[in-house]
Design a binder for this molecule. Sequence first.
Ligand code: NAP
Length: 284
Amino acid sequence: MSQILDGKVVGAAVRAELTETIATHYSRWGTVPGLAVILVGEDAASAIYVASKEKSCREVGIRSHTVRLPQTASTADVVAAVNQANQDPRVHGILVQMPLPPQVNETQVLAALDPEKDVDGLTTYSQGILAQGMPGLYPCTPQGVLRLLDYYALPIRGRRALVLGRSALVGRPLGLLLLGRDATVTWGHSHTKNLPELVSEAEILVAAIGRPHLIQGDWIRPDAVVVDVGINRHGKKVVGDVDFQVAQTRASWITPVPGGVGLMTVAMLLENTWQAFRNQTGLR
Ligand code: NAP
């Protein structure tokens, strides 16, 4: 039976440390990091995510505020909001909540974002930094996955890692981070053939696809480490991309859904905001 990679435990540890660090900084210097969240439209799921990010910020001592724009906002409106946050010295991190309404050009919005404040790691600059293996602000979910593996001291170097998914938000940066840690990385995507065979070879398997239980438990290599990034509505339940019930009988370690990677993503957003604050205020 697998051991659990517990996002609740690790996320809480990250937050506790950050809370203390920010409080100590405030008591010495009287300043705190600030996060601006730009929310466009009335997407219900986005509103829930943003509310939870605001709450998490408050809990660790980050000042956050949400800029709300109507569903009808144009690209220029969103770019103007980004520019305003770029120039606000109290704002150290900016997050544009995705998805944007269809009339808003995401590429133009991200191009306007000051890379120093890009706490989601989505600008071309941030993605380039990551591709070159240079330090910077990396996307939160991939960082959260690595933090989970590190917390449980699971080795990465030399391991065969299979990353399923190649989005700019998750799969692509995750594979690059694993490569940076000397894993032998394979990416799978919607055109990949022989998925079961590839999965059966992976020592570290990360699924970031968005299809409920696409990865069958009996494909998994015995003793593999399985990280399920997927968040899928399945009837009334939320399930991952991996069939957890069978997978947990084969894997050595596995993330639950919910309770795994999702909680790490928010923790890494808070950490990135602290990191951006340090960079902008010249703190070591
Ligand atoms: P996305 O942009 O839709 O990307 C999905 C990826 O899966 C694409 O690269 C796609 O390949 C690939 N794919 C689709 N069908 C496949 C198949 N049959 N076999 C192998 N690969 C396949 O999604 P995303 O934003 O990366 O998110 C992926 C999942 O993670 C979603 O469930 C999302 O809700 C979840 N998520 C969770 C967190 C968290 O904090 N836990 C954060 C972000 C996202 P192509 O490139 O060929 O289309």
